[in-house]
Design a protein around this ligand. Sequence first.
Ligand code: SF4
Ligand SMILES: [Zn+2]
Length: 369
Amino acid sequence: MAIWNPWHGCRKISPGCANCYVYRRDESIGKDASVVSKTGDYDLPLKKNRQGQYKLTADDGIVFTCMTSDFFLDTADAWRAGCWDMIRSRRDLQFHIITKRIDRFADCLPPDWGDGWDHVTICSTCEDQERTDHRLPILLSLPIRHREVICEPLLGEINLEKYLAGGLIEQVTCGGESGDPARPCDFRWVQELRRECIRCGVPFYFKQTGAVFIKDGKVYHIPRKLQMPQAKKSGYSYIPGTGSADAIRYQLPERRDLFGRLHKSGFRSRFHLTEKERDYIAEKGLSVIRSHAQDLVAKRLSAENPEHDGKQTPMKGHPVFIAQHATACCCRGCLEKWHSIPAGKILTENEQAYIVDVLMQWIGTEMER
Ligand code: SF4
Ligand SMILES: [Zn+2]
């Protein structure tokens, strides 16, 4: 990985900018980050060493471009054409441009951009739902070969599934806010984004927890140096088809606690078996119903990314379906939210057996009603 900062300094335009690290770092050395100036590294992609070789080579990996400003900042309009010339001449490198100003992109392109350059990835940041709904339709409508979304600092729950569904976004990265005072990041928001990515088959990168991290309603203050390692350790980054979620450590809920929570949910507790369904169970016998449950769990829930996840369990047609809704075993999202079983992994035999036991316990109670 390499960093190319052709200019330095920026103007805040978005809630995500409130604790901008460029401002924080500059302030700490008595500098004004709102003053934008070209840096000595402006022509880094063309710089050569004494042997006459380029300083930046393909071996450096991704060249993150304009990390102490915004590439599409209007103050830098006069300098951008020169950057495009350098980018054009270095097709051996991979440039990643992260911007909060995707709405200026169309006005800032080189004349020969065409339908995009293969060695340039454009990453739009989306820190909340409002920014997401403003920026992603623009990102999707533009001629770009490689698009990514960066939800960092993640400031609230974001739904971006409809933007992922078209298959044009290649990765979603998310992370909490660092520094002081950092705004909190709730793990539930991370999980929700991740589930959306899984459903759409899009790689998800949980980059860092941020300084104030909420998990299961508890607030944790995470030191800077642990923010990335903790996110990595959680295992919540997701690469489709690699078994990346198998390493996630979690605990199945205690059964009494689970049924207590289900009982308190207005939605879950309104499900009951009809007389007809109870007759059906009595006629078949519980062991047959258990084998139906095993079958349904295996076929509809157990894949890494089950087909039509979230909609795979009908509201009628078999008593096991009703039990699934009543116990929040209806889809992988509910299994994660209620039972802590991570989405994005193939369910183990143990996990399937646990789900079947929960379903049968609920059915058993219904039969005694
Ligand atoms: S756009 Fe980026 S660099 Fe500019 S102020 Fe906002 S966070 Fe800082
Ligand atoms: Zn569900």
